[in-house]
Design a protein around this ligand. Sequence first.
Ligand code: FMN
Ligand code: SF4
Length: 512
Amino acid sequence: MQPKKARREEILDRLEEAGGQRTGVAKTVQRQTLVPEADIFGVATFYSLLAQPEAGIRVCQGLTCQLAECEHLKSELEADGKSSVFASCLGRCDLAPAFWDPEDESQIDRAPGSPSSPDLAIDLAAPDSLAYEALHKAAEKGPDWVVGELEASGLTGRGGAGFPAHIKWQAILDQPETERYVVLNADEGEPGTFKDREVILRRPHLVIEGLAVAAQCLEARDIYAYVRGEFGRVRAALEEALQAARKAGHLDDGVTWHFVDGHGAYICGEETALLEALEGKRGMPRMKPPFPVEKGFRGKPTLIQNVESIACLAGILRRGGAWFRGLGRTEPGTKLYCLSGHVERPGVYEAPMGTTLRELLAMADGVSGTLKAFSPGGASSGFLPASSIDMPMDFGGLRAAGTMLGSAGVVVLNDTVDMVWAALTQAVFFEEESCGQCSPCRIGTQILRQALERYRDGDPGALAYVQDVAWGMGEASICGLGQAAALPLTSALKYFPEEFGLASAPGGSTTS
Ligand SMILES: Cc1cc2nc3c(=O)[nH]c(=O)nc-3n(C[C@H](O)[C@H](O)[C@H](O)COP(=O)(O)O)c2cc1C
Ligand code: SF4
């Protein structure tokens, strides 16, 4: 008989097999797993793909897709007799207005943005290679060499936080606990971001090789790839690459690979929420510390790394950490920047870390119209004005400017965009995606959305308290969602006060 904890980990699979939350399903899964029915119901209703199993086609209502008039797409689908619902963001901003039809994922196809070059760490347009040189070199030279090269490379996490990779790897090596896990974060959900999708579709061997290096170096016996549920073809590409690498004899048979589907919850991209999901629970972020490197999956040391971070490893180990560091301009390495919104050629562009928006726009054939504002790193990064076009796009510089590089989901807005509307669109996203666990975020996201709606509907005093609410959210929320959720509004107030009926930017710590 399996221990209860392992049974709990089966809940999401069982719910998926049963076709999602329908009458009687929680009871069936309760019998299969022995987890209380109410608990199962709570899990099922947390995840949008399980909670609305018969919703049909998902139409994206992220900011970029709203710019591309996603409402019309939805009306057209309905006129064709196809049922559809709006979804928060589908990771297809380059294809706006985007939709996801679980029966047909052909819409995901797109040419890579940057042409191939030996000076790119990932190089999406290059042919993928089954050589696995880095893995064999790492096996020969050992963990200290691997961590040393990672340190020399200066690689920082590409999932959003920009944390130095070598520190996490070393922290796991330092743990006395020998049951360790490696987790790939392929939940890519930040509006404006679709780079991890492209990495896996075009260079899946870079990801498999990077994960194999991590497991070998950290002596992990299990690798979990958590892939967002709307990326069926992406997951398939990864699984095919794994089979090919196995067939070529590159992989250690002692390591078990697990592929896990996300179920439609943006918050599960947050690393500890992801761990909760892997454990069969609602994806609610954990308090940190302890960090996953100490107590992660099943309470054991766990390396969680973003797809782009993992894909950088092969090049770093093959060509040396110093090579990778030298690719960057203001910080180490190249970076995958996602360009969408009002640009002529949306796509994923790989460029030296610290490239400016002006340069990225040149790669993407320019702005459609006249540049007004942009989000440098997805919804969580708020907005910058057109005057920031020459600001280096890196982790440190953008942080110092009160915003963030995040996942480098760059959304470009032209001068037809009303910033009150743009801030409201992002406020709706955060309110819908808050896990609801802590009150500053649960209530704060609701207050901000309501204040913006009241202002839009003609109440000039509606925004009186938003700076205080934003401060409370930033200081007291458990995770990055609540800490960043006010930024679209506070940054829009700061840079476009006239659109909110103000003569100048309001004071307050969150807008400075
Ligand atoms: C609300 C929220 C959503 C996140 N979504 C993602 C995501 O979709 N993909 C990702 O890799 N990291 C995401 N992160 C960052 C992860 O928590 C974590 O920092 C990352 O997976 C670590 O890998 P890295 O060091 O390689 O970036 C998110 C963080 C927050 C706060
Ligand atoms: S900040 Fe928001 S998303 Fe994060 S734990 Fe709190 S309620 Fe959940």
